[in-house]
Ligand binder design. Structure first.
Ligand SMILES: O=c1ccn([C@@H]2O[C@H](COP(=O)(O)O)[C@@H](O)[C@H]2O)c(=O)[nH]1
Length: 232
């Protein structure tokens, strides 16, 4: 597979369980996402180990801080050699521009830089509690436009927003969509969900999938069947 669409969210507390799963995978079949849980537990060494096995890594730490701090954090991610890194779009234009500028010295070796819009675990009622009187679609659209104007490569959104964002922001602006649930898998804490095939049809470029794969009795088989479905 040239550009695998599935980004497996490695949200394991147990490093042995994680590596036993990774050992069953081919780097061409997926990319791996390291998030807050595993990075806090195992640090940059985990990312280095995944790189040494040939995997590209999305470092999903969702930086949200003042521009100087976020610029330094994405620089650290670039030094680690990750494929993708992210910030929160709600950190604002100056923060996103500082992050983008910090990666410029890395040229074509720089990580892709994307921004989280509205978490896929949130719905309209969560936004209202934050004082945001827009629908998730409207808020995602607003933050995605700001992200594009700030020069970033794409956004994290749900697949429900993919069709609108592709038509408004163009093919090259990457849409990374968590909240992917193959038919029959548990929704858990996610709110804006779609199946893998529906998400790609809607315009998602990359599908973030965690528990439906990692908590399955045969995780590698679930990944293979999702890949097969996507290439049918
Ligand atoms: O809006 C967002 C941003 C990030 N995530 C992350 O994706 C995975 C999803 O895991 P599942 O087990 O498939 O729900 C997880 O690591 C989140 O931190 C997200 O879900 N939504």
């Amino acid at each position: 597979m040239q550009d695998p669409k599935v980004l497996v969210a490695l949200d394991y507390a147990d490093i042995n369980q994680c590596m036993a799963f990774v050992e069953q995978l081919e780097p061409g079949s997926c990319r791996l996402k390291v998030g807050k849980e595993m990075f806090t537990l195992f640090g940059p060494q985990l990312v280095k180990e995944l790189h040494s096995k040939g995997f590209e890594v999305f470092l999903d730490l969702k930086f949200h801080d003042i521009p100087n701090t976020v610029a330094k954090a994405v620089t650290a991610a670039a030094e680690l050699g990750v494929w993708m890194v992210n910030v929160h779009a709600s950190g604002g234009r100056r923060m996103m521009e500082a992050a983008k500028a910090a990666l410029e010295p890395y040229g074509d070796k720089r990580p892709k830089l994307i921004a989280v819009t509205v978490l896929t675990s949130m719905d309209q009622s969560d936004l209202l509690e934050l004082g945001i009187e827009l629908s998730p679609l409207q808020q995602v659209e607003r933050l995605a436009k700001l992200t594009q104007q700030s020069g970033l490569d794409g956004v994290v959104c749900s697949a429900h927003e993919a069709k609108l964002l592709k038509s408004q922001l163009g093919e090259d602006f990457a849409l990374v969509t968590p909240g992917i649930r193959p038919t029959g898998s548990a929704q858990g804490d996610q709110r804006r969900i779609m199946t893998p095939v529906e998400a790609v049809t809607a315009g998602s470029d990359y599908l973030v999938i965690g528990r439906p794969i990692t908590q399955a009795s045969s995780p590698a088989e679930v990944l293979s069947s999702i890949n097969a479905e996507l290439s049918a």
